[in-house]
Design a protein around this ligand. Structure first.
Ligand code: NAP
Length: 297
């Protein structure tokens, strides 16, 4: 894998703009031909700050590409039954192509029960057991947005993956497990090692990685001594840390210590502006696919 003197950025921000442009052009062509726009809905329960930010940016991106967007804001006290009724309504509304239920949900609601209630053909987050099963079988499905975004970045940048050793740090249902599955499949053809909190010799495994995907949820966990020279490093982590020099009072950092790791690798995703923007774009791509399936065109 390439020369490590010049590290190149896997620029998710620029790629997201480009893909949004492609989607917007397609939507414009369809609506000028008299068709309705794709419709993405989101359900948010409670007022968790990060969740509200995520939903707001999903809504903004939907508008940018010409989608119809609706947000169902429900109070923290919403019962499981009320939420399930809302999901039933969305499942049956023919004008909605896809919807997401923003996680985490308040503690008194069974998250898996709620996910299981989402109609698989509207599950644009790809979290239902049906879509997860289809993904593992390599069937047509909705792939969860973050792993899909990582795959899009690697593919569109032409990163060589066949036969490469990919080490994935993390085994969550929304990132680590699906990304490990997707990169091991035909098309990417990586040899994948998936690590978690019980993994032994983590550093030695990381040092063997041609492609290191870090989704561990610990700020700046991966340091330069864990990275093989010339590796491709994908940092999924998002953490807010106080920073008095910023207008917002905080800055965003990842799971990788970029000031030292970036010198060592061939390609790296910046934080912010790497995986994050591609995550939202993947949700839009899934919604567009749902729309085509629903409208049969
Ligand atoms: P998560 O559910 O907390 O999972 C973290 C994983 O890392 C777990 O599998 C855990 O192992 C493993 N882990 C924790 N400490 C470890 C250690 N010391 N050594 C080895 N493995 C360890 O996190 P997630 O939802 O996958 O998210 C990961 C990060 O990505 C977070 O920072 C999150 O904010 C970010 N994220 C970003 C996006 C985006 O759009 N960019 C989307 C989703 C998430 P166990 O399974 O053994 O506990």
């Amino acid at each position: 894998m390439g020369d490590n003197h010049e590290t190149k950025l896997l620029d998710g921000k620029a790629m997201a703009l480009q893909i949004k442009d492609e989607i917007a052009n397609e939507v414009r062509a369809m609506t000028s031909a008299g068709r309705r726009a794709p419709h993405l809905a989101a359900v948010i329960v409670g007022e968790d700050g990060a969740s509200m930010t995520y939903v707001a940016s999903k809504e903004k991106s939907s508008h940018e590409v010409g989608f119809t967007s609706s947000v169902y804001r429900m109070s923290e006290q919403t019962t499981e039954r009320q939420l399930l009724e809302t999901i039933d309504f969305l499942n049956n509304d023919p004008d909605i192509d896809g919807f997401i239920v923003q996680l985490p949900l308040p503690k008194h609601i069974d998250e898996q029960k709620v996910i299981n209630a989402i109609a698989p053909d509207k599950d644009v987050d790809g979290f239902t057991p049906v879509n997860v099963g289809r993904m593992v079988l390599g069937e047509e499905c909705f792939v969860p947005a973050t792993p899909m975004g990582i795959c899009t970045l690697l593919k569109r940048y032409g990163i060589e993956t066949a036969g490469k050793h990919c080490v994935v740090l993390g085994r969550s249902n929304i990132v680590g497990t699906p990304v490990a599955n997707l990169l091991s499949r035909k098309g990417f053809d990586c040899t994948v090692t998936m690590c978690h909190s019980r993994t032994q010799n983590l550093k030695e495994l990381c040092l063997q990685a041609d492609i290191l995907v870090v989704a561990i949820g610990k700020p700046e966990f991966v340091t330069a001594d864990m990275v093989k020279p010339g590796a491709v490093v994908v940092d999924v982590g998002i953490h807010r840390v106080p920073d008095a020099t910023k207008k917002t009072g905080y800055r965003i950092i990842g799971d990788v210590k970029h000031d030292e790791v970036d010198q060592k690798c061939s390609w790296v995703t910046p934080v912010p502006g790497g995986v994050g923007p591609l995550t939202i774009v993947s949700l839009l791509q899934n919604t567009l696919a749902a729309y085509h399936r629903h409208t049969g065109r």
